[in-house]
Design a protein around this ligand. Structure first.
Ligand SMILES: [Zn+2]
Ligand SMILES: [Zn+2]
Length: 466
């Protein structure tokens, strides 16, 4: 076959594809390509070199994660439900209710993640579903999770997600009633202000519990609801936090609390890039709830612009240990909070950094030392990063300032781990970098790790939800 034939064949293939005869491989689908182009533009907006090794494949990874994470737009509840409705004699209309709660079936602790429609960050959903079967028909238990996932894998907010799951089950299963309770956790937002980076304010999650009911569960003050909630309490769900009026639902995403006004450098080109991402996911960017989403998304993303944040290195004068090692003392700065953005997936990771170093006996670290460490952590945090590199960079920067013997441990939760479905929600990653004496002195490392352990055991850990 000569090259012109080949060209002809390619053309035919393309026409065939356009007519929907063959499904294109994922990486060639127009939606994937459009998202990749948009992400490239965003990376340039972050002043990154899009050909840099670490981020060369980021546009593809982001496109894959986003499309995978919103696959619910293309899924149909009917397909999951129809084949899984089983006859079960004895479950006649009214029997369940007549016996009080005799017919109640509760499926608890279904873990999902969804994308927040206000800021495009993933949030975690723990879903509990109760229903009272009727017409001698029950739904296969695994299908509750399937149905929840169809709606979770979209751009969502908690109340709508609960309502969607509830009405879909009511519609396709036709039971006497369905009750849904969702426990949702959304990460907090980064703040660029070093001093307000205290672990209490920027760590942890915004949590919201919402419910939805249909049929015999329409009245949320009914006994049946009470029974359902009791069955959740057995599993440690704090149902008193249930938000019934929808009041705080509108406030739930942290991006809604800050103004979505962009600073001048966030240009219209970047906004259109995010709009094109929304379209490629199958959403309508002009939907009321989504209108300000591109601006909100850019607002948090631009925190990680590759800018030279001022690192206050002057004014710090650690007394370099000139004496023998035996006379120097181990100093620690523990639990310095940080925010960063995973350069592979453009999603935040955040946590704390612990620093240990040796200084001469008699040297007492002052507040200048602490604020120096904080700003170094801050500097290496607020950019596109990988945790391993950040840990090493902090150690290398500190090394000449503190006399060469330094150990750095970073502990972080990675949003990309949740959203790509790999994660058991709440897992965390620890990285360690050692220089100087810490490289070959196991007992020095052990002494430092022990200090972290003691400090961590003291504080009640609220970093991770549920
Ligand atoms: Zn949000
Ligand atoms: Zn990642």
């Amino acid at each position: 076959m000569d090259s012109s034939d080949e060209g002809h064949l390619n053309l035919e293939l393309e026409v065939g594809l356009k007519n929907g005869c063959i499904e294109l491989p994922f990486e060639h689908q127009p939606e994937t390509l459009a998202i990749q182009d948009a992400v490239k533009l965003l990376l340039q907006g972050l002043r990154e070199d899009v050909n840099r090794e670490g981020i060369k494949k980021t546009p593809f990874r982001v496109a894959k994660a986003l499309r995978e994470g919103t696959r619910g737009y293309k899924q149909k509840v009917k397909e999951f439900v129809q084949s899984a409705l089983f006859p079960e004699a004895g479950l006649d209309e009214g029997v369940g209710q007549a016996g009080g709660v005799g017919g109640l079936v509760v499926v608890r602790d279904l873990d999902h993640y969804s994308y927040c429609e206000s800021c495009l960050l993933p949030f975690h959903v723990r879903c509990h579903i109760g229903y009272v079967p009727s017409e001698q028909r029950v739904l296969g238990l695994s299908k509750f999770s399937r149905v929840a996932d169809v709606f979770a894998k979209r751009l969502q907010e908690p109340q709508r997600l609960a309502d969607d799951i509830c009405s879909a089950l009511q519609h396709w299963v036709k039971p006497s009633g369905v009750a849904v309770v969702l426990q949702c956790s959304h990460i907090r937002f980064p703040t660029l202000d070093v001093d307000s980076l205290s672990s209490s304010s920027h760590h942890g999650f915004v949590k919201l519990m919402v419910s939805s009911g249909s049929g015999v569960f329409e009245d949320e003050s009914s006994d049946l609801w009470g029974e359902f909630l009791s069955l959740l309490k057995f599993k440690g769900v704090k149902t008193q936090a249930l938000c019934r009026n929808g009041g705080s639902v509108r406030e739930w995403c942290p991006s809604l609390k800050s103004s979505s006004k962009l600073s001048p450098e966030e240009d219209t080109e970047m906004v259109s890039a995010v709009v094109s991402i929304l379209k490629s996911l199958g959403e309508d960017p002009s939907r009321k709830e989504l209108i300000a989403t591109p601006a909100r998304f850019l607002k948090w993303m631009m925190n990680f612009q590759n800018a030279n944040l001022e690192m206050k290195l002057n004014g710090f004068n650690c007394v370099k240990s000139k004496c023998e090692i035996s006379e120097s003392r181990l100093h620690c700065e523990l639990n310095l909070p940080f925010w960063s953005m995973c350069e592979h997936h453009l999603l935040p990771f955040y946590g704390v950094v612990h620093i240990g170093y040796f200084c001469a006996e008699g040297y007492i670290p002052n507040s200048t030392a602490t604020s120096l460490m904080k700003s170094i952590v801050h500097f290496y945090g607020f950019k596109l990063q990988v945790q391993e590199r950040m840990t090493r960079q902090i150690a290398e920067t500190l090394s000449p300032l503190v006399g060469g013997d330094v150990i750095v441990v970073a502990e972080a939760g990675h949003t990309c781990m949740i959203s790509r479905g790999i994660e058991k929600f709440g897992s965390s990653t620890a990285t360690i970098a050692v220089l100087g004496r810490f490289s070959n002195d196991g007992s020095a490392r052990a002494a430092f790790l022990d200090k972290i352990h003691t400090a961590t055991a003291l504080k009640t850990d609220s970093s991770f939800p549920i």
